[in-house]
Write a protein that binds this ligand. Sequence first.
Ligand code: XIL
Length: 380
Amino acid sequence: MKRNILKHKSSPVIILLLAVLCYGCQSSMVTQKEEPTLKKIFEDDFYIGAALSGSQINAEDSATTHVIETEFNSITPENVMKWMYIHPEPDSFYFEMSDRFVELGHKNGMNVVGHALVWHSQIAEYMNEVSDSLTMVDYITSHINVIATRYKGKIDTWDVVNEAFNEDGTYRESNFYKVLGPSYLELAFSLAAAADPNAKLIYNDYNLWKPEKRQGVIRMVKQFREKGIKIDGVGIQGHWSVQGPDIAQVRSCIQDFVDADIEIMYTELDLTTLPNPWELVGAEISQNYEGSPYMNPFTDGLPDTMAVKLGERYQDIFELFVEYKENISRVTFWGVNDKQSWLNNWPIENRTNYPLLFDRASKRKLAYDYVAKVKLSETE
Ligand code: XIL
C-alpha cells in the first residue's frame, strides 16, 4: 500500500519541502514556457518559409537547425536544385542534396518548395550553347520530366520559371527565349503539370512592384488560362531594402494580382541594410567597391537606429501581408540568418549585411519582435 505522506506525523516539514519543490517546478514551468514562433504566430495567415543553404540542409549548426525546425513551416532550397547543380551534364543528374532537402521538409511536416526548374542564371554551361529548337525542347523536357517526376507528390510548389521578364514587361532575351521564343514558358509549365499534377506551379520574379513588369506577368497568366495551361500563382521575390519600395507600391502590386485573381506567394523576402551602388548617381556595379567603408558601413554591428528602422519596415510589410492574407499563401525569407544571406556578397562582395530576422548566431533580432508584434498585439 502507498504511504500517505500528508497524513504522516512529521508532516509540517514534509509539507514545507513539497511546497518549495512545487514552487520550484511551477517557476521552472513558467520559464520553460515556449514562446510562440513565427509559424505559430502566422498560422492563420500564411506559411512562413526560409531558403536553406547546403550546410543548413546538412544540419551542420545545431542552433540554426533548431530555428529552422521551430520557426518555419515551409522551406525552399537556396541553391541545390538549380540547373547547374542538379543537372550538370545533359545525361547526368545529382540528387544527393535535393533528396536530403526534401526529406528534411517531410521529416518536419513542412511545405516543400522546388526552386527553380527553368532559369537563365546558375544554369549548366551546355544550356547556353544550345542553338537549335529540337535540342532545346529535348533538354528542357528531360530536365523537367526527370526532376518533377522524382519528386512527384513530395514537392508542394514548384517555381517553374524564374525571372523571364525585363523591367518593362517584355520577355528577357535568355537563351531559352532566343531559341524557342515565349513558347518555352508554355512548354515548361505544361511539362511540370503533366509530371506532377498536384503540385502548385508558380512563375517567380523580382521587381514586380514596378507596374510595367507585373503587367507582363499578368498578361502571360491570362494567356495561359485562355490556352488551358496550368499556372497556379505568382512568386514575388521581395529583395527589397530598408528604404524601398514604398508600402504603397507593394500594396498596388498585391492589388493588381488580386484583381487578376492570381494567388500570391512572397518567395524571397529580405531587406538590405546597406547602400546599393545604383542608388549613387552615375554608379556602376562593375566599379570595384570592395573594401570601401562607405559601401560597407556596419562591419561592427548594426547601429540601434538602423535596427529599429529595419524592424519598423518589416512591421509595415507584415501588416500589409496580413491584411491580404486571403490572397497571400506563403511568405518565405531568403535565408535563415544574416550570416547566410546572399546580400553579404551581392551586388558587392564581402560586406556585412543584416537583412533577416535572425543574427549571425541564429538568435532572434529586434526585427523579429517587430514582425511578431503585428499579430501578438492583436490578441492583447
Ligand atoms: C542566390 C543565392 O542566394 C546565392 O547563394 C547564389 O550565389 C546566387 O543566387 N533570385 C533568385 C535566387 O531566384 O535563386 C537567388 O539566390 C537570388 C535572386
